[in-house]
Design a protein around this ligand. Structure first.
Ligand SMILES: [Zn+2]
Length: 151
C-alpha cells in the first residue's frame, strides 16, 4: 500500500460555547491541516494522488474557513454578535472543536475526491486515482495539540 500526506495552514477564530473556561470566549488559532491518502495501486502517472490536485481540493474547503469565525449554530449570543460578519461559519448544533473541524474537512474532501476530476484555475485537468482513499484528517490547533478524524 502507498500513502501520501500533505499539510496546509489557515487562520480562524472560534467560540466553544459549551466550554467551562476561557475557550468559550472568541479567540483565534493558526491551524495546520494534515491529510493522508492511501492507495493499493498507483495511477497512470505513478502517483497516489497529485499533490497539486490535493492543494486545489483543500483550498476549496479552507477558503471557506480561512479568516472566518466558527460558531455553534445554537450559540445565539455568538450569532448575534456576528450578524454583520460575512465570514461567519456555523456548525449545526456542534461547537467547532478541532475534532469537529477535522471531521468536517474529512467529509468535504471525501465527497470532492469522489468526483474524480479536479481543474486548476489555469485549466489543467487532474484525474483522481480510483484506488486513492482519504484515510484521515489531522488538525493541529497549536504546535503541541492535534485532533484527528478517521472513520
Ligand atoms: Zn480554541
Amino acid at each position: 500500500m502507498y500513502r501520501v500526506n500533505k499539510q496546509f495552514d489557515f487562520q480562524a477564530a472560534h467560540v466553544l460555547s459549551k466550554h467551562p473556561g476561557l475557550c468559550r470566549f472568541p479567540h483565534g488559532h493558526n491551524y495546520k491541516v494534515e491529510i493522508t491518502l492511501t492507495a493499493q495501486e498507483l495511477d497512470e502517472n505513478n502517483m497516489v494522488c497529485d499533490f497539486q490536485a490535493l492543494k486545489i481540493i483543500l483550498s476549496e474547503c479552507l477558503d471557506q474557513l480561512d479568516h472566518s469565525i466558527l460558531l455553534n449554530s445554537s450559540d445565539l449570543a455568538g450569532r448575534k454578535s456576528q450578524e454583520n460578519n460575512p465570514r461567519c461559519h456555523l456548525f449545526e448544533n456542534k461547537d467547532p472543536t478541532s475534532e469537529v473541524l477535522a471531521e468536517t474537512i474529512f467529509h468535504f474532501l471525501q465527497d470532492r475526491l469522489g468526483k474524480r476530476i479536479v481543474h486548476s484555475s489555469s485549466g489543467i485537468e487532474y484525474k483522481i486515482n480510483p484506488s486513492a482513499k482519504l484515510e484521515k484528517v489531522r488538525l493541529w490547533e497549536t504546535p503541541t495539540a492535534w485532533a484527528e478524524y478517521q472513520p
